[in-house]
Design a protein around this ligand. Sequence first.
Ligand code: DHB
Ligand code: FE
Length: 282
Amino acid sequence: MAKIIGGLGTSHIPAIGGAIHRGAQQEPYWKPFFDGFPPIREWLGKAQPDVVVMFYNDHGLNFFLDKMPTFAVGAAALYHNADEGWGIPTLPPFKGELDLSWHIINHLVENEFDVTTCQEMLVDHACTLPLKLFWPEGDCPVTVVPVCINTVQFPLPHARRVYALGRAVGEAVAAWDSSKKVAFIASGGLSHQLEGERAGFINKEFDLQFLQSLESNPEWATQYSIHELVEKTGTQGIELLAWLAMRAALSAGEGSGVRKVHSNYHIPISNTATGLLALEKF
Ligand code: DHB
Ligand code: FE
């Protein structure tokens, strides 16, 4: 059976792509953000995952407001990145893991999650930036199964439902007949709001409590409704749903514990309170 090694979470601000392109990682503005990554890359170098399941949200590249699945799973051999209007360079296509994609889709539908299946799927900055941040050198060494959660167009799925989805994805991975090692990634958040009267809104106290809960009380955030979470974290802070799914996925399979490898929290990059976390499963 496949082995679940752990979970990673990171923010995915488009400007990060520009900073990587310019080689600006050591500039004073960017250093506190990029300095969070080397300890996690070191752990990944030892743990050597073969596949990542990426929980993220599309921002209008693959799904627009006219057609918005609540949950969508990629089942493509290759995932192409395209210009979505932020002016960041596009990355080469990422390799899929078809066998795992269909295994997850079958397991989810069997367990009453009526997901949208995408045999073609463009991936935006939310999917590509975490891969570039965790594996900055050369070609991406892992294959990918993208799991897209709607955080953009109301109504959004309840945190409890997202947690259940994550757990079901974890169960599917744990039961996958493969010798491969799998990691989960959560992309998005933490608190931020890009538009309206509260543009620039950040809630450090909530973010730190949320990060801590992922270690010690993973279902903590499921007590809140979507509207409460938007109130506490901002209209885009609700991207933290991906982190809940990632943490829930770690509760499946052998072993029940997680150990923190490393975390970082830095305010702001662009409009966002950036979070970074690596959890090892044991
Ligand atoms: C920003 C943050 C996001 O999550 C995003 O998708 C786009 C922009 C920002 O802070 O600039
Ligand atoms: Fe975003």
